[in-house]
Ligand binder design. Structure first.
Ligand SMILES: [Zn+2]
Length: 262
């Protein structure tokens, strides 16, 4: 081996030893100005719509590096858990299950409707046509085939199951959702592909018959619920990437959502 090759080889080995165990620094590696993760982490503390005796999320370590040479877990969780997607089949017979939604519907213009002004003082707030009109006065008409996400500010309660579900003495929950009129307008007049919100449900907490679910899923839109990090997501101009698990026959799925900001 030539001396120079040997020295270069030694330098590479040294570099490997120094850097191999390190996580990469979070330097910008993206072509975008910013990539915002609109997803809550999945763990046993995640607030759920239904309450049951046993924890909804369970993770069991089935292999560890010390014992087996590699680390792996087995997990169990509901389809509608954490930041998740409702497929049309969640409320309508014969419509798309989560694996059947065409992938081109998962990349779209992202519209963030800031409705905190109404939702902060009224837990039962429902996104209105006026909210949409106000947004359009500032930003222009919502483009067709967009994903529209309501920013209610409810995320501030995420770390408390009690505050996030906000159930009263009778067990009726109180958190903001969409009015049926606003949802109909976004479907019929603005051709939205999906609706999202930073609460447990697109229908507001006290709803018993879920009219918005019935209507929008029945029109083959999908929902994104428990969306995160809307506080620094632009109102318009970003592209959303929605990536649910491809669960065959699934009514929905935990989803990873990114806002790509140019
Ligand atoms: Zn759901």
């Amino acid at each position: 081996m030539k001396v120079r090759t040997f020295i270069v080889g030694c330098a590479l080995v040294l570099a490997l030893l120094v850097f191999a165990q390190h996580r990469p620094d979070s330097v910008s590696v993206s072509a975008f100005h910013e990539v915002i993760d609109l997803t809550h982490a999945i763990n046993a503390q995640v607030p759920t719509y239904e309450l049951s005796g046993k924890p909804a999320f369970q993770a069991t370590t089935v292999a560890s590096i010390d014992k087996d040479g590699y680390f792996a877990r087995e997990i169990s969780l509901p389809e509608h858990f954490g930041t998740h997607l409702d497929a049309p089949a969640h409320f309508a017979h014969g419509l798309w299950t989560v694996d059947q939604i065409p992938p081109e519907r998962f990349v779209a213009p992202l519209i963030v409707l800031d409705v905190r002004a109404g939702a902060t003082s009224n837990a039962d707030y429902q996104v209105s046509i006026e909210d949409i009109a106000r947004w359009e006065q500032s930003h222009g008409q919502i483009p067709p085939h967009a994903v529209v996400v309501a920013y209610t500010g409810w995320e501030a309660r995420w770390n408390s199951v009690k505050d996030y579900r906000n159930a009263d003495d009778k067990g009726v929950m109180h958190f903001p959702g969409y009015s049926l009129e606003a949802a109909k307008f976004l479907v019929e007049a603005r051709n939205a592909l999906g609706l999202g919100i930073d609460t447990l449900s697109i229908d507001y907490g006290p709803s018993k018959d879920f009219p918005v679910h019935q209507y929008t899923l029945g029109h083959s839109l999908y929902h994104l619920e428990n969306v995160a990090n809307l506080d620094h997501t632009p109102s318009t101009g970003a592209t959303v990437v929605v990536a649910p698990m491809k669960l065959e026959g699934g009514s929905g799925s935990p989803v990873r959502i990114f806002a790509l900001v140019r």
